[in-house]
Ligand binder design. Structure first.
Ligand code: NAD
Length: 278
C-alpha cells in the first residue's frame, strides 16, 4: 500500500524527501526488522536510522523483504562522531551501506558537529565526494547550530540539504530554523513529540485542538510540524501509535491553533547542547 498523500519537500540539490517518515532511535536491533516491516505495511516509505543506533541491518532486511521498489523509499543514515575525518568517513559510509544492504542511501548526515574536535569542515568535504559518487543522493548535517552552518557555507562549496535538529513545541530553535530557511536548508525535526519527556501531549493548547478535530494529541503535534514545514519521523514501537502517527492528513489546524502551540516555546531541550557533545 503506497500512501501518495505524504507531501514531498524539495531539497536545495533538486532531490525531494517525503515530509513524514519513521525514526528508529532506540528501536532494539532484534526488533527492528519486524517493526520496520510493520511501518512499511502502514505506508511509511521514509526511514531515519544511524550507525550509532545499531539497527541499520534490521532496517535493510525489512526493506529487502518488502519487495518495494528502491526508488519508492527514502533512507537516511548518519556518520557517528568518532568517524569524522576523511578516510574514516569513506570507511564508515561503506560499512553503513553494507549493513543496510543498499547500493545507495538517499541522505547521509553528520550526526553531531562535535566542535571541540574541529573536524566537521574536513568531514563535510568528504561528504561532498560521497555525493559526487552518487552513493548518497543528498548530504546534510544534524545538530548544527548557526556558527557551524556558517563555517560550512564559508569554507566549502555545498550547503547542507537538511539540518536535523531537536525541535518540538518546547524547543523550536528559532535562530537555527530562520538561518536554515534563509539559506535553503530544510529543517528535519528530531524528537518531534519531545521524546515523551515533557507533558506536551497533555497541554490544553494541544488537547483542545485534538478534541476539536477528533484526533489524538500526538496527531495534533505532528500536524503542527507539517504545517510549519518541518520534515518529521516520529518513533513508536507500538503498532496502533505507528498507524496513528501516519494518519495526519485528514485535518488541518487553524491559525489560532497553530499560534497557540508555537507560543509554547521555552528552550526546553531534551538532549545535550550540541556545543557540548564531543
Ligand atoms: P519522539 O519525539 O518521536 O518521541 C518518541 C516517543 O514518543 C515514543 O517513545 C513514545 O513514548 C511517544 N509516542 C510516540 N507516538 C506516540 C503517540 N501516538 N501517542 C503517545 N505517545 C507517543 O522522539 P525520538 O524517537 O527521539 O525522535 C524521532 C526520531 O528522530 C528518532 O527515532 C530518530 O530517527 C531521530 N533522532 C535523531 C537525533 C539526532 O541527534 N539526529 C536524536 C534523537 C532522535
Amino acid at each position: 500500500m503506497t500512501q501518495p498523500q505524504v507531501p514531498r519537500i524539495r531539497l536545495n540539490d533538486g532531490h525531494s524527501i517525503p515530509q513524514l517518515g519513521f525514526g528508529v532511535f532506540k528501536v532494539d536491533p532484534k526488533q527492528t526488522e519486524r517493526i520496520v516491516t510493520e511501518a512499511l505495511e502502514i505506508g511509511y516509505r521514509h526511514f531515519d536510522t544511524a550507525r550509532i543506533y545499531g539497527n541499520e541491518a534490521g532496517v535493510g532486511r525489512a526493506i529487502a523483504a518488502s519487495g518495494i521498489p528502491r526508488e519508492e523509499l527514502f533512507v537516511t543514515t548518519k556518520l557517528w562522531n568518532d568517524d569524522q575525518g576523511t578516510q574514516s568517513v569513506f570507511d564508515a559510509f561503506d560499512a553503513s551501506l553494507e549493513r543496510l544492504g543498499l547500493e545507495y542511501v538517499d541522505l547521509y548526515l553528520i550526526h553531531w558537529p562535535t566542535p571541540a574536535k574541529d573536524r566537521y569542515v574536513e568531514t563535510w568535504r568528504a561528504f561532498e565526494q560521497l555525493r559526487e559518487s552518487r552513493r548518497t543522493r543528498s548530504i546534510g548535517v544534524s545538530n548544527f547550530l548557526v556558527p557551524h552552518l556558517e563555517r560550512l557555507l564559508a569554507e566549502t562549496d555545498t550547503a547542507p540539504a537538511v539540518d536535523q535538529i531537536e525541535l518540538h513545541p518546547y524547543h523550536q530553535q528559532p535562530d537555527t530554523a530562520a538561518f536554515a530557511e534563509e539559506h535553503g536548508i530544510a529543517i528535519e525535526a528530531w524528537g518531534p513529540l519531545g521524546q515523551g519527556k515533557y507533558p506536551l501531549l497533555e497541554l490544553p493548547q494541544v488537547t483542545d485542538a485534538a478534541t476539536a478535530h477528533d484526533v489524538t494529541p500526538a496527531q495534533v503535534v505532528i500536524r503542527w510540524h507539517l504545517q510549519r514545514g518541518h520534515i518529521v519521523f516520529p518513533k513508536s514501537k507500538r503498532l496502533e501509535r505507528m498507524a496513528e502517527n501516519f494518519d495526519v492528513f485528514g485535518f488541518e489546524l487553524g491559525d489560532a491553533e497553530m499560534d497557540a502551540i508555537t507560543a509554547l516555546e521555552r528552550e526546553g531541550r531534551v538532549s545535550a547542547h550540541p556545543e557540548e557533545v564531543n
